[in-house]
Write a protein that binds this ligand. Sequence first.
Ligand SMILES: [Zn+2]
Length: 455
Amino acid sequence: MGRSRQALRWLCALTGGLLVSACVTAPLPVTPGQSAASQVLAVHCARLIDGVSPVVLIDQTVLMVDGKVASVGRHLHLPRAAQRLELPRHTCLPGLLDLHTHLTDIPQNTADFSIYPRRSPEEHYVFARQNAKAMLEAGFTTARDVGAYVGGLDRELRDDINAGHTPGPRMQVAIAFLTIAGGGGDMLLPGFPAREAKTPLSRLRMGVARGPEEFAVKAQRLIDQGADLLKVIASGAVLALGGVPGSPEMKPEELAAVARVAHANGRRLAAHAHGAQSVKDAILAGADTIEHASFIDEEGLLLAREHHVALAMDIYNGDYIDTEGRRQGWPAEFLQKNIDTTEVQRRAFTRAVQLGVPVVFATDAAVYPHGLNARQFRVMVERGMTPMQAIQAATSVAAGFMGWSDRVGQLTPGHYGDLLAVEGDPLMDITRLEQPAAVVKGGEVVRWPPGPPAQ
Ligand SMILES: [Zn+2]
């Protein structure tokens, strides 16, 4: 803080704000490294998208007090102690939400899943922390984590982030995949010698069950251990050896048993379902979101709309797998299953948008690196959404399907002070969202625009 500014602060304090205009027009700049969580932060933006309204507001200031949005407007009276973040060429948006991530896993460039028991949970956790930091700095301030191979590591990450021990997005976690034995979420490793495991094999198979009764017991156990939502693997997976993405794995009565436990405990159910039949089974069983939905048919789309079930379609990562995965030598089976699901899923996405089926932003990050989540916006716009629809899918619409409409997904009073700013106008060029200039979480600036801090 400069001497003159310090003197002004003194003067304001001494006169009890009698020199009001000088006091309010000279707020203090934010300096990198300075926490604003318990302070007052004023973010001035050239344009503002609030996450709910389709109208873009011009020349707006977002005032955050104690981590929450206190007011938004053009000529706000800023408290004397306000820190200031000037974004004169930027568009501000709510911090983004990604409803399908696996923050404790790493991109799979190998078919050898024995890397999971060969590493200790502590070794895995190093990657988890890196992923969380990368995602936050990319402007994603909220993540729904839909299953960890090392069961429970996501809960540890969530709790560490909430306690301020490590930077990362606000998280909802599923703790483990609920899956049949040998299914898409089962880390069955035939022949792997248990004595060589640094992560107990039981931790890799926490959610494996068969029959409605056992699924209900395991579902309740996950909730008792701190799961914010439940995740079922209803059909085969793409990135799992031997699984067939289109064919059902869990039976309708097993899905219904998990849905009952989820809803009885006030939790949401996310259902991994590629196949047309599994999508319908999961919707009718009570799932709240359908993950992937690659082979969803017209009947399934109409059913989703009727039951107000959102589709969480990861329509970018096919490009990444086909280029980067091929370059890295991923297994031929993965590459072929990816080709089989990518284009058909994108066509289904277009149809879902045409029919007005709810769609939430969901990337399946971990298939590709966390931090690159925003790459999916381009494909969503190419495949039928308006840029504003795509932004709302990653803000207020996503928040609604997490049950967090009251806290994230919009820049309006009472919500967390979570904000992303990009240079220019993302409605003219949606790929602007891939280049965050500033990120604020809970009123704390975690990423500053390039150049010196505002003076
Ligand atoms: Zn996934």
